[in-house]
Design a binder for this molecule. Structure first.
Ligand code: CU
Length: 231
């Protein structure tokens, strides 16, 4: 499974498609690396996303990171609770960077199935099927917003992942590690015990605190036990 995921990650890094071949320019390439528009009637789950600004000038998404299984269809219900216009775009980090640079040069408004732009107070929806495993990104590409904090990782795992129950014992943001007392980790062939894990993204640590009862997925990434998903 690790091998499959790594291959998918490498594919993500090297297969960044030419921008012109994407969903802009009037083409009908609905299938993107990050997936394709999904059918609301067959959504596997609904995820609520909030966009807002903070008093100290940050702009952010809640939650700060997302994880799904490959093949999952997700209905995103996105609300702009801020005082500025914001957008929610799903794509590869590489394409988001490129797109962001274009938006800095000209005023573009997206009307692609992988994005929604919302006025303050507005709520919108995207139904999306994550076809491929890999690391993707959700972001607001309005000039300055990405830099102010409006982006987060979307981790898409191979479909056979199993969530395991655990209790957070300690969170160490400095070393990027979390200690979890957990039930048997079936995928890793490991009995119930208390162990220290890395996290796939440091932002995951912000959502964990000692005493939390969680369900999580851990994988061996580059030989290190890493938490790749939490719910
Ligand atoms: Cu924004």
């Amino acid at each position: 499974m690790n091998k499959i995921l790594s291959t998918a990650l490498i594919a993500t890094l090297f297969a960044a498609p030419a921008f012109a071949g994407g969903t802009h320019g009037g083409g009908h390439h609905d299938e993107m690396e990050v997936g394709k528009p999904g059918d609301a009637a067959h959504a596997d789950r609904e995820v609520v996303v909030i966009m807002k600004e903070t008093d100290d000038g940050e702009m952010l998404f809640e939650p700060a990171n997302l994880s799904f299984s490959a093949g999952e269809t997700v209905k995103f219900v996105i609300t702009n609770e801020g005082e500025l216009e914001h957008e929610f775009v799903l794509d590869t980090p590489e394409r988001n960077v490129h797109h962001k640079e274009l938006m800095a040069k000209m005023d573009m408004e997206h009307d692609d199935p992988n994005s929604v732009r919302l006025d303050p107070g507005a709520t919108g929806e995207i139904v999306w099927t994550f076809s491929n495993a890999g690391t993707f990104e959700f972001a607001c590409l309005i000039p300055g917003h990405y830099e102010s904090g409006m982006h987060g990782p979307v981790t898409v795992l191979q479909g056979d992942m199993t969530f395991t129950a655990g209790m957070v014992k300690k969170v160490d943001p400095k070393s990027g590690k979390v200690t979890i007392k957990h039930e048997e980790l079936v995928d890793l062939d490991m009995p119930a015990m208390t162990m220290v894990f890395r996290v796939a993204d440091d932002a995951m640590l912000d959502q964990l605190k000692a005493g939390d009862a969680i369900e999580f997925v851990a994988q061996r990434i580059k030989g290190k036990l890493t938490v790749v998903a939490v719910k």
